[in-house]
Design a protein around this ligand. Structure first.
Ligand SMILES: [Zn+2]
Length: 160
């Protein structure tokens, strides 16, 4: 049995006038994440973890922000394409563990919806998608609500 592990991290600035997409769910908030795509920090960290597990580069390599095809694209599509790459190489996802780091809004009420959004794209159960959340106790850029961070770790198993 062959296993591979991958880790990913992503950051986005928070600015007024943008929607706030996290984990495939739109959260009501007065600021949103700035980026070329919908700037879904959690889905981007998961994409990078998946690519990292098979040493396939990073999300910027596969979906460059200089390409207009990816302008304002839903990151669910980027995750779908990334999972396709993993499957094409004969691997399946075992589980995902992730942590969001932001001061506001409180994400706990939305975690179940995020798990429900991510699991089917990844071909796993919601119980295999862990999403944790923390603040930085008001320290640093996340504490000042200038931006947010997501960390993700994935385990892949080779299909025989
Ligand atoms: Zn990103």
């Amino acid at each position: 049995m062959s296993f591979r592990i991958g880790s990913g991290i992503d950051f986005h600035r928070l600015e007024a006038g943008r929607d706030l997409w996290i984990g495939g769910v739109k959260l009501p908030h007065e600021k949103g994440a700035l980026g070329h795509s919908d700037a879904d920090v959690l889905l981007h960290a998961i994409c990078d973890a998946l690519l990292g597990a098979l040493a396939l580069g990073d999300i910027g390599t596969h979906f460059p922000d200089t390409d207009n095809a990816f302008k304002d694209i839903s990151s669910s599509i980027l995750l779908t394409r990334t999972v396709d790459l993993i499957h094409q190489r004969g691997y399946r996802i075992v589980n995902i563990d992730s942590t969001l780091c932001l001061e506001r809004p409180k994400v706990k009420p939305y975690i179940a919806a995020m798990q429900q959004a991510i699991a089917p794209i990844c071909g796993i159960n919601a119980a295999d998608v862990s999403i944790k959340a923390t603040t930085t106790e008001k320290m640093g850029f996340a504490g000042r609500e200038e931006g947010l961070v997501a960390y993700a770790t994935v385990l892949l198993q080779k299909q025989d």
